[in-house]
Design a protein around this ligand. Structure first.
Ligand SMILES: [Mg+2]
Length: 368
């Protein structure tokens, strides 16, 4: 038994090139840079575990929340009591939000504790989850929003050229969506993520207009994301498989989605939805209800690595989402870049990948 002796939140922001503007502003100006909000835990005997909280726009408030409200509750705890720590953090902080920053921070701690456990046991995370069904996980190219027929066609072809067989669009204009589907025709399957822009009535109109394109799934067409009955109306139209879940806070949000008949594909995010234990629970819930489990992953740090292990540990290995962009620096060096649209499942202990200290030093967002 060993206790957590040190805990730190480290914010890294790395510029990228994607040929477009990110579709997301997250309350600030859209930027061509992604945050990686790392949580670093260290045990009394010197084992270091890394976790990640969902983060955008150099979110110093999230970092302050993690440092001031969450990490003090982690110091002194037994490192291998992962489920107990997860429960107690959630219970003590439940008044401050069951969806959002508190859960992001708890997710990061939980992932870091699994990394420590794996390193102590000498086993990779996938082995601790029951073993990997595959040595590699297929990646789908999750394209940025281009808002232009020419650009979306160009980047669709670029992804196909790199070996991607599955592409996700983040477009909301029909001619642009059609241009991408045409560019992918016969070479890659296409899904569409709209990020909750429409009323139910608007979404039904788009759902109809999109039908001839043969999309693999339609993701989050309805505002707000927790409007599960509204989402169910699109699904009931029977024209598309409906995917959602990246805005969920726990398994119980998926219970509500499934009860409403809202989803065919569940997309929990390991760095938002409570971590690895919660995703395993959600996967079991999905299995009992015939819902597909395909985790959301717009992460580039330990959250992405954890998602690779989680995907590998399921019999029908889900595809891994990766935003299609080229970073100025890779936190995991060559391991951060898919090869022929696949990531190898790490076999080294814990997450099996530690972030490059040089990249952290260079891209760390510091307080003045
Ligand atoms: Mg999405």
């Amino acid at each position: 038994m060993t206790k957590i002796a040190n805990a730190e939140a480290i914010l890294v922001s790395i510029p990228f090139e994607s040929g477009g503007t990110p579709p997301w502003s997250f309350g600030g100006a859209p930027r061509n840079a992604f945050d990686i909000m790392l949580v670093r835990l260290e045990t009394e005997d010197g084992i270091v575990g890394w976790g990640e909280a969902f983060s955008r726009n150099q979110d110093r408030s999230l970092q302050a929340l993690i440092e001031s409200r969450i990490l003090p509750l982690v110091i002194g705890r037994e490192a291998d009591r992962i489920a107990e720590t997860k429960f107690e953090l959630e219970f003590e902080l439940h008044n401050f939000g069951r969806v959002g920053p508190v859960m992001y921070g708890i997710s990061a701690v939980e992932i870091a504790l699994w990394d420590i456990l794996g390193k102590r046991c000498g086993q990779p995370l996938a082995a601790l989850l029951g073993g990997a069904f595959a040595g590699e996980v297929e990646v789908y190219a999750s394209l940025m929003r281009y808002g232009s027929q020419e650009l979306v066609a160009e980047w669709t072809k670029k992804a196909i050229g790199l070996g991607y067989k599955n592409i996700k669009l983040h477009e909301v204009e029909l001619p642009v969506i059609k241009a991408a589907v045409q560019a992918a025709s016969g070479k890659a399957r296409v899904t569409l993520d709209t990020n909750c822009p429409w009323s139910v009535e608007e979404a039904l109109e788009y759902d109809k207009a999109l039908e001839p394109l043969g999309l693999d799934w339609l993701e989050e067409p309805v505002w707000p994301p927790e409007n599960y009955k509204g989402l169910a109306r699109i699904r009931q139209a029977g024209r598309h498989l409906i995917a959602a879940g990246e805005n969920a806070g726990s398994m119980y949000d998926f219970v509500a989605m499934i009860d409403a008949g809202a989803i065919d594909i569940a997309q929990p995010d390991v760095a938002k939805t409570g971590g690895i234990i919660e995703l395993q629970k959600i996967a079991a819930l999905c299995e009992t209800h015939g819902v597909e489990f395909v985790p959301h992953c717009a992460l580039f740090g330990p959250g992405q690595v954890a998602t690779i292990h989680i995907c590998a540990a399921h019999r029908r290995v889900p595809m891994l989402e990766r935003l299609f962009c080229e970073f100025e620096a890779e936190l995991y060096g060559e391991y951060g870049i898919p090869k022929r649209a696949h990531f190898v499942v790490p076999t080294e202990p814990g997450l099996g990948r530690d972030p490059d200290p040089h990249v952290i030093r260079e891209y760390r967002v510091t307080t003045n």
